[in-house]
Design a binder for this molecule. Sequence first.
Ligand code: GLU
Length: 494
Amino acid sequence: MTQVRTRIAPSPTGDPHVGTAYIALFNRCFARQHGGKFILRIEDTDQMRSTAQSEHDILSSLQWLGLEWDEGPGVGGDFGPYRQSERSAIYAEHIATLLESGNAFHCFCSAERLDEVRKTQMAAKQQPGYDGHCAHLSKAEVDTKLAASEDYVIRMRVPETGNCEFHDMLRGEVSIAWSQIDMQVLMKSDGLPTYHFANVVDDHLMEITHVVRGEEWINSVPKHVLLYKYFDWTPPIFCHMPLLRNPDKSKLSKRKNPTSINYYRDMGYLPEALINYLGMMGWTMPNGQEVFTLSEMEDAFDISRVSLGGPVFDTEKLDWLNGKYLREAGSDKDFQERLLAWAQDSGRLAPIIPLLRQRVEKFSDVAPLISYFFSGSVAITPESFSHCKLAPADACKALQFALWKLEALSVWSREEVESTLMTLSQALDIKVRDFLAPLFVAISGQPVSLSVIDSIAVIGLDLSRARLRAAIEVLGGISKKQAKNLEKEFAQLG
Ligand code: GLU
């Protein structure tokens, strides 16, 4: 019997997401249950958005959670390289096969033309997609364009009629009409593969037997199945897990809930509690046990117990579970050791030491000054802002704009935080001191604190976001209508 091989294939384009850990957990349990292997592959073909920092954070957060992989970056294995950016030659070779068999074609359409096509389709209420303009160019036409060095992408051919039928382990038979499926770009003009192409080639070459991933990918399966057919390969077994949801049942998003694993680590959740909680997302232990370890879950795992009703990632429930671990697991001494390790490892102490030293006369001055670095929310009331020059509505606006600007930062550093906030206060024509005053309160809960810019840089985007939002609410909130106007105004700021 072939060995079960599963994988997690994150794209290193942002903070390490709890959804990635969730899917990794289920892939690992499935592999373990079958005595198989769990592989980690980095899907970094989007060179504009992939960063080394994000890759590092994803790997270290999975390790922190105890979700080590059997093959992948840092571990090696017989099917490497495990980073797609190091596999270009493999993709080039495979795209040549598809061009030769006629299952893929060169497309020379300009971005402007594609835009026009899309607009016309939208206006006619048609499904937007490539119109096949280059699908039937003759070999001579293609050669002439190539000789003239015209830019091109490579697209796959897709049947025009009929349905794609496939089996999903949790959903049974799925049928999607081919008319819904676009002639997907497989290779971009820069010679790099797209997700769909690289993902299929790698899953095959890495001998992945079961593709267990989030349900947002289910509509991509026809493209994948078709590629397997074009290559004459056997597709893996697909299993699309339910998406994690906010308590209001919308898709889990950082707009409503912190989604970065870094945030949960920095807030002092225990990795074993977070893993336990993720294990409860759409899954239950056969004996109904709520508190369980990773190895207990692996031992009892059965994927058919996954229920498709959207599992709610509710931080209140997580708090309850984490509290249970803190109270009941380990001794007082363990608690003390882990607390101290957390305070040191969370990376919040080191950067604030230089600021602290300037402000204190004895160690006992330290705790009150820095407590807000180690808390989740800070206690504020409308009166906390009474010394601010900005009226509540203007303060709300300043806080919201600051949040949007911070969210748009691609690099998170003290310098970036500072320059973005300074530029914003200028653009709003508000004196820096007046602009920063409500931020001070929102972030630290106090009228004066260590530098607010340093504080934001140290506590990170997730916690800053939560506190800025809470402050906006305390100041009266922003209605849907106001939000629309603010968005317009913000867009004009440039
Ligand atoms: N790179 C994709 C992601 O970031 C992988 C999806 C899949 O598992 O096929 O989620």
